[in-house]
Design a protein. Sequence first.
Length: 444
Amino acid sequence: MFTIVLISCFALYFINDKEYQQTAWIVLIGTVFTWTLISYWIRLQESELYNRINLRVVNYIKIYILLIGFVIAFYTFLPFSVETKNIVAAIVLGFPILGIPVNLLVVNTIDHLRSSNSNTKYTLVAGVGDMAGTVEKHLLRHNGSHVKLKGFIKCKKEECIVGEDRVVGDLDHINDYLRNNPVDEIVIAIPVKVSKKIQSIITAADYHGVRVKYIPDYRGLFGENYKVTRYGELDAINVRQLPLDETYAFFLKNTFDKVFSAFALLALSPLIVVLAILIKLDSPGPVFYCPIRIGKGGRPFKVFKFRSMRENDASTGGTKSTQKDDPRITKLGRILRKYSLDELPQFMNVLLGDMSVVGPRPHRSFLNQKLQESVDKYMIRHYFKPGITGWAQVNGWRGPTETDEQRKQRTMHDLWYMEKWSLWLDIRIIYKTIFSRKTHKSAY
């Protein structure tokens, strides 16, 4: 950006046409503003001083492509004069020729100055485990030659991941090391189980006038799915951050659910009418079976299904699961259940907002309570809406939940889906629901 401004100012100094100068200044200010927005968006300011030329070049190419799009839009839609448009084109098209080389020269000069002895930062890492290894990689990758890693301080009860030759002492003797060696900064990277030692490290650093950075062991506490956020004026951690917690992802899935369900009901309406007639002819009773299931947040809702049995759950207190060769299932019901045709009315549940097309299957209240007590993390599957089909079902874990393995596998597959959600995964599951034999293997 500095290059663009410098060249533009130099050129405008030698142009005597005041009207042309005025237009050019307006265009230049607009270009600077556009550049600033784009560079902030791709986080250029966070990476341009990293000792990685390839990263800087890639980021500048991204900006250049976006600026070309800006020029095309400028030429096509905005009613400026040809002279003004030519100024914009000249500034933008001249950027890669002069901007990238000048930037690389400036950044490399700054990095060289920072790497001189007077600017070298001597860093000591407290910890020798996985976190310490990650810190080492980060320091070497992003801070270049101006950071000199002195070594690692070992804490008791901590498994050593870094090389033993890199360990320069232990926590009990950290004062001796700081007294006899130049250290500008200590990076604390120790696991939760030895976190009580943090204060003693800070005390030693304060005594010797050494700066301290603390890398919290969030992964050791919360696992992989966490997010650092704000709670008013306080720092906070979302302990189980899932893809669908993001507003954009939630909106995308919700829109897909509504559009897909409306299209499915419209396209399948002739089949739905035929099935309704066949159900009435096959056995006495209503066309629809509407049991209560447990949905998002543990709240009950009424689910719509085609009736596939001669008697509903009311006759058994709602606690009798479907068994293989269950005598209650009608002849037509066996076909409906085998190919999941009894679930078609649940597209209405999706339109009503109780369900999604894809998600963990909803269970009855008594079964929900049983699984909550016997399967670890089971209730996490209720963070989001239940689905007509799901990842567990297309992997063969539908049907009974009589054994510990069946209950565990169904829950594990549901949680995996929630952690890995993407729109493409939903589409895959819908495809497998229709065409995979595994989906219908345990259906009865």
